[in-house]
Write a protein that binds this ligand. Structure first.
Ligand code: ZN
Length: 152
């Protein structure tokens, strides 16, 4: 059992049998706090997706450009997963949105991860510390966490 980085939301455990980290709350607060200059020019939906082994999140745009969909690895809602991993993952997809990937905004780069543009964006937006914690946790803990929780 991992005990690092218990979520603030874990206090809800007492009143709710299955506390779920509400992605729309995370999306809105991260957007307001770290991406206030990025206009939300279409509908942005966010939901938990498959418990992928090698993917934390994704963003894609509907064919008619009206909806951007952000999918977050289902395992990230688990209360024992450090909250910084969830925040960094949502922010990562928002950085893609800001760069015109999975969004109708002008595309700033040829490839979504060219020259570490996402990591650099997160650092410029005050998320560098969380990014470091997240990378370290993913490196050291993710596979064990995945194996432990994928079937629950
Ligand atoms: Zn990415």
């Amino acid at each position: 059992m991992l005990s690092v980085g218990q979520s603030d939301l874990s206090s809800l455990t007492l009143t709710s049998p299955s506390p779920v980290r509400d992605l729309n709350v995370y999306l809105d607060s991260i957007w307001q706090k770290h991406f206030p200059d990025i206009p939300r020019i279409n509908e942005v939906q966010i939901a938990y997706g498959y418990p992928w082994k090698r993917r934390l999140g994704l963003i894609r745009l509907s064919l008619d450009d009206t909806i951007s969909f952000i999918g977050i690895n289902a395992l990230l809602q688990h209360p024992s997963l450090p909250e910084h991993v969830l925040i960094t993952t949502v922010a990562h997809e928002l950085a893609h949105y800001a760069h015109g990937f999975g969004s109708p905004l002008p595309r700033l780069y040829q490839h979504p991860h060219a020259n570490n543009v996402v990591d650099r964006e997160l650092k410029q937006r005050g998320l560098g510390e969380l990014l470091c914690l997240c990378d370290e946790w993913i490196d050291k803990q993710w596979l064990a966490f995945y194996q432990l929780h994928r079937n629950h």
